[in-house]
Design a protein. Structure first.
Length: 278
């Protein structure tokens, strides 16, 4: 019984730590990124960057897309936020993106001519958005550690984890620094992601927490905001797991192995971003 209690306590403590980092008033601390009055209601632009979460991917959404070819089938938090903020989203995200590929490798689906970070900086520059009020959301880092997740759950020493997190922190610093130089007056919000395996294997929260704290720490050091996706999905709404995430829930049949959010889960992530902007 000691191990489950330890995991539950560690999860709760980590949630409090992430919430503390999320609560840092980044825009107030950085004159270069002021908290403009009315920003939430009337941003000049909204740029969504990152991985499959920013893209709105799920296996169910992909199945719809295969049947009808409609890109609107990929509906995620980006679309929810675009509607809430009343501004069309420019979405440059790439499913499967890591912090390394975001800097170095063009996306293959959807096809892009340059790495995502290059595309983002180019968009901000070519549209003369440097000194306009806007919002940039970033979801990146999960795919840096997913390849070693199984190894880490079976061996909590997980020797590959710390090198992966070190690389992630360095890359994220490059990404956020480049975005800030290109958009000095933007509000940049970075997602601390949920743990899709937390319901099926609570001990995996110990590993997810390290990922989230790395992401949050780099974001706060750059005076950017953090959207807390972990606390609602893995703590406060954990009992509703099967309404928010496909993984481990037999009701979803062939999609039960999908680690992505349901539409309700994407709405929870959108709420996390909205809270960070407010």
């Amino acid at each position: 019984m000691r191990a489950p209690r330890f995991v539950a306590l560690a999860t709760a403590v980590a949630g409090a730590l992430i919430a503390t980092l999320v609560a840092v008033p980044a825009a107030d601390a950085a004159p270069a990124a002021p908290d403009w009055a009315g920003l939430r209601a009337q941003p000049a632009y909204y740029l969504s960057l990152g991985d499959s979460l920013a893209f709105g991917y799920s296996d169910a959404n992909y199945a719809k897309f295969q049947s009808d070819g409609d890109p609107a089938d990929f509906h995620g938090y980006t679309e929810d936020l675009s509607a809430a903020w009343g501004v069309p989203a420019v979405n440059l995200s790439c499913p499967g993106e890591t912090t390394t590929s975001m800097i170095t490798t063009p996306c293959s689906l959807p096809a892009a001519p340059a790495p995502q970070l290059t595309e983002a900086v180019g968009y901000l520059s070519s549209h003369h958005l440097a000194f306009r009020r806007g919002i940039i959301t970033v979801s990146i880092g999960s795919d840096d550690v997913l390849p070693i997740a199984r190894q880490c759950v079976t061996d909590l020493r997980c020797p590959a984890l710390q090198p992966a997190l070190k690389t992630l922190r360095g890359n994220l610093a490059t990404i956020l620094g480049s975005l800030r130089r290109a958009a000095p007056f933007a509000t940049i919000v970075v997602l601390a992601p949920y743990n899709p395996y937390g319901f099926a294997d609570p001990i995996s929260n110990l590993l997810a927490i390290q990922l989230d704290l790395s992401i949050a720490a780099v974001s706060v050091l750059h005076l950017d905001r953090v959207a807390d996706g972990f606390s609602p999905n893995n703590i406060s709404l954990a009992a509703q797991h099967c309404s928010l995430i496909y993984f481990g829930c037999s009701q979803y049949g062939p999609f039960a192995s999908d680690i992505h959010p349901t539409q309700a889960g994407y709405a929870v992530l959108a709420q996390a971003f909205e809270k960070a902007v407010r």
